[in-house]
Design a protein around this ligand. Structure first.
Ligand code: HEC
Length: 255
């Protein structure tokens, strides 16, 4: 038993060490907390709407089907066909509700236009994480030296234009230096120099909804998994009671 406990403790501390190292080697850029909640269905619905309107021209979600999203987000197929499907199939007709959320952008052309092709975002909620996506969408700033006129503090020299600039407005990066020579530390912050059509809290909500939607898309089963988990635990609890009485019955003549 002692040996078993020791090996469990060893495995735990090793995994803590590994995850600690992963954090330590991560980006040094400060990420804001996205505070997303995949059980907030209205937020997911808004996120899906923003995604198909503002992002899907470039980014596909090739592992998701429209009707799966409809079911998970409490929408009817009709609502999805009217509000979410803007893509067309090979015959030029609007896609049907069972289609994958692909788009028609050419990887080769877009790599030439933006310097990098827009990646499929099906798994970005898992590969980058919610806080990263949320902070990234708020971190665009004007930089005339870049081909798209913008840069990003979370993803430096990114190829993506600031597609939501009309909502957020334009930010500029202002840096101040503290200290002298080698010990000088640079502090930079983004300041809104040209307001957009939304206030800062309104824009934050748009980005939070988009991030929430991408987080859900990265692992749609999570919506239901937690419900199953509770059911399984209840079942095991009930089963344990029966098992206990069965054991008592078997052993009653022995003792
Ligand atoms: C005009 C095309 C275009 C549109 C529209 C667009 N993007 Fe992008 N996006 C790109 C390109 C190109 C990249 C790759 C940039 C690079 O690697 O330098 C990118 C990268 C990203 C990444 C980083 C992916 C990664 O893991 O590297 C995220 C997240 C992202 N976009 C989210 C969005 C969201 C959300 C929207 C909609 C609000 C959107 N994009 C709209 C072109 C676009």
């Amino acid at each position: 038993m002692k040996k078993f406990i020791a090996s469990v403790m060893f495995a735990l501390s090793a995994s803590l060490l590994v995850s600690g190292a992963a954090v330590a080697s991560g980006d040094s850029v400060h990420l804001e907390s996205a505070n997303v909640d995949i059980h907030n269905t209205p937020s997911l619905q808004r996120g899906a709407k923003y995604f198909v309107n503002y992002c899907m021209g470039c980014h596909a979600l090739s592992y998701s089907r429209y009707n799966r999203i409809a079911t998970d987000l409490g929408l009817t197929e009709d609502q999805v066909i009217k509000n979410l499907i803007f893509t067309r199939n090979a015959d030029g007709e609007p896609e049907n509700a069972g289609a994958l959320m692909k788009n028609a952008i050419s990887q080769k052309d877009s790599a030439e236009w933006f310097g990098a092709p827009p990646p499929d975002l099906s798994l970005v909620g898992r590969s980058r994480g919610s806080d990263w996506i949320y902070s990234y969408m708020k971190a665009f700033y004007a930089d005339p030296s870049r081909p798209m006129g913008v840069n990003n503090t979370v993803f430096p020299n990114v190829g993506m234009p600031h597609v939501l600039w009309e909502l957020q407005g334009l930010q500029e990066k202002h840096c101040t230096k503290e200290g002298e020579g080698d010990h000088a530390v640079e502090h930079c912050e983004l300041k809104l120099v040209k307001p957009g059509s939304m206030s800062a809290p309104e824009y934050d909500q748009v980005v939070r909804d988009l991030t929430n939607f991408l987080t859900y898309v990265g692992e749609p089963a999570k919506l239901h998994r937690i419900g199953y988990g509770v059911f399984v635990l209840l079942f095991l609890g009930l089963f344990a009671v029966f098992a206990y009485f069965l054991k008592k019955e078997y052993w009653k003549d022995v003792h």
